[in-house]
Design a protein around this ligand. Sequence first.
Ligand code: SF4
Length: 469
Amino acid sequence: MDIFCDKLKEECGVIGIFQEDINSISRRLCFGLVALQHRGQESAGISVINEGKTKYYKDMGLVQEVFDDTILDKLEGTIGVGHVRYSTTGDSLCENAQPLVVNMKNTSISLAHNGNLINATELRDELYDHGSLFQTSIDSEVIANLIAVNYEGDMPKAVSKSIARVKGSFALVIGTNDMLIGLRDPFGLRPLVLGKLEGEGYVFASETCALDVIGAEFVRNVEKGEMVIVTEKGVESIFYDESQKKRLCSFEYVYFARPDSDIDEVNVFMARERAGRILANESPVEGDMVIAVPDSGIAAAIGYAKESGIPYGTGLIKNKYLGRTFIKPDQKSRELAVRLKLNVLKENIKDKRVILIDDSIVRGTTSKKIVTMLRNAGAKEVHVRVSSPPVMYSCYFGIDTPSRKALVGAEKEIQDICDMIGADSLAYISIDGLKKSIGCGENLCMACFDGDYPMEVPKKSNKFVFEKN
Ligand code: SF4
């Protein structure tokens, strides 16, 4: 768990580029990864392919900590794949950083995966039985091994055949000697877009903010069950599985994605602002000021303020320059961490009835500390409004969630949560309200709120234990 915040955690961000000019690819990939940094902060990696030769560099840390000019200068190529990671399966080790680079007969692949496979353990055992070797403890290596087993000279065919075996969520970018492939799972759980570099190539990325940063134009979303193949001849599309209904992760809009991104053509900031407006209508309360838990609560707080007519103000200031490594994960340090991360703007909230907007409550521990800080700073009343429904079920599709027992929404009634966090009142947006705010209701996964998973989920964890002599 990130000791700085009580949120669900996105697993990864992916990017891939196919271009003519060999010189600028590593910087473009690097800038794109910086834009996707919010999707994973544990490790970063770039792989480039030039005339059949693959070079790569990956390490633990933020993108700017991993890459410098010397490293980027050495990564020249016409095809490139990049990845930022937060671990949900597999330990937080350099061996598990991506892209995975796998050599096979007459070619190699660089693979970057956002998502989680729920049948990885069975597939891994099956592959072991057939002599496959594994270097990492991540589920993505199962896909790479399946592709190696199925490859007979036709990469899209090998990928389709391999993907037909896996269950779970995946947005994949795969670079080979002569093509770049982007694909999404049959439910479209994790996002992936296609962009165009002016006159000279194509880009796949988890979010449109990465396209904006490198000056690429949005072309379209990669659709659920679709594989898009970019070669020198242009762009080709194969729908490898059209049997499922779309179930895009609704939490992308609640918290994961950057507010300036469009996810499946819905702008994230606008969806959050609409959620705030709906919340104001569903759960009005008298107050003097609407404030946000920064940064992810800001858009919904603005929406709540606009709809209710109660002024929006700043009540909490976030320290944006905190490192992640110097605080130990013990209880005392966790408490300190919240105060290091957030401080109250006392003059603004003293003697006021404050309406505090947060995007989600997972364990409830951070909410309690924030409410206490506001009261200690002189707030007369603290009313908490949450722009997502109670998180009641664990996610199996690439999002790090605590077990159900640790989810306060699963364990307690709303009034009990209100008492626990010490607020004067607490209300969450309804499931219908959240769907309405995003605007593509039935095409969403809402399973962490309603338990309606798009596929059968495993009874036991599929985390691998990494052992090395
Ligand atoms: S269970 Fe929740 S976090 Fe997981 S994919 Fe579905 S909506 Fe997203």
